[in-house]
Design a protein around this ligand. Structure first.
Ligand code: GLN
Length: 210
């Protein structure tokens, strides 16, 4: 039996509580991460929705920027929803000139791509990696993935309306990102998928003697 994976939620800003709840429901031991010492103790990390420009500033203020980049580069599984997707992107299509990301995902992300707060919407998407019933996807001032590198697997695209065809969920190795917020719907299948990715990473690293 593999041990329960310990999954942190980056807790400098954003909808931390919802992710903690969803991760617990998915069978992980969920904890907040605000300091480098707390980051060092988790097997994987969720970067929540919120406001990526603020999160970027706070991550730097909390001395987490380099430790986060190092752990991601070393293979720590990470899942970013909405602002979290922006934080994991290697490239931003727009955004303030001084906005930095953690990077790791070979994607270009466009912030607020679907419009302003009033243009927020919900849609049921068919997502093969999730299986079963379509997933209710909540988009709140959401980004989309403008382009992705060859190692990136597209998991979902918008199916209807003006944004049809836009990529909104991707996976690359141990990194997962969604433009939408599965943490607010009570459907924990994305958190189950990520918890499984963390579980696999823990056992792979144990076998590799790390
Ligand atoms: N528009 C926000 C940003 O740029 C993201 C919104 C969200 O996380 N719901 O960070």
């Amino acid at each position: 039996m593999s041990r329960t994976p310990v999954i942190g939620v980056l807790a400098v800003q954003g909808d931390v509580r919802e992710h903690l709840r969803a991760l617990s429901a998915a069978g992980a031991e969920a904890r907040t991460v605000r300091r480098p010492a707390e980051l060092a103790e988790v097997d994987g990390l969720v970067i929540p929705g919120g406001e990526s420009t603020t999160m970027d500033k706070l991550v730097r203020a909390f001395d987490l920027l380099e430790p986060l980049r190092e752990r991601i580069a070393a293979g720590m599984p990470a899942y970013g929803s909405c602002a979290g997707m922006i934080m994991l992107a290697d490239r931003l299509a727009d955004g303030p000139a001084d906005q930095q990301t953690l990077g790791g995902l070979d994607i270009t992300v466009r912030r607020n791509a679907f419009g302003r707060q009033v243009d927020s919407f919900e849609e049921d998407l068919h997502i093969r990696a999730i299986g079963g019933e379509p997933v209710r996807c909540v988009f709140i001032r959401a980004p989309w993935v403008e382009d992705c590198g060859p190692g990136v697997e597209v998991l979902a695209a918008v199916e209807h309306g003006p944004g049809a065809g836009r990529v909104v969920a991707v996976r690359q190795g141990r990194l997962l990102a969604t433009s939408f917020h599965p943490e607010v719907t009570g459907d924990h299948r994305f958190h189950l998928l990520f918890t499984g990715m963390v579980r696999d990473a823990v056992s792979e690293d144990a076998h590799a003697g790390q």
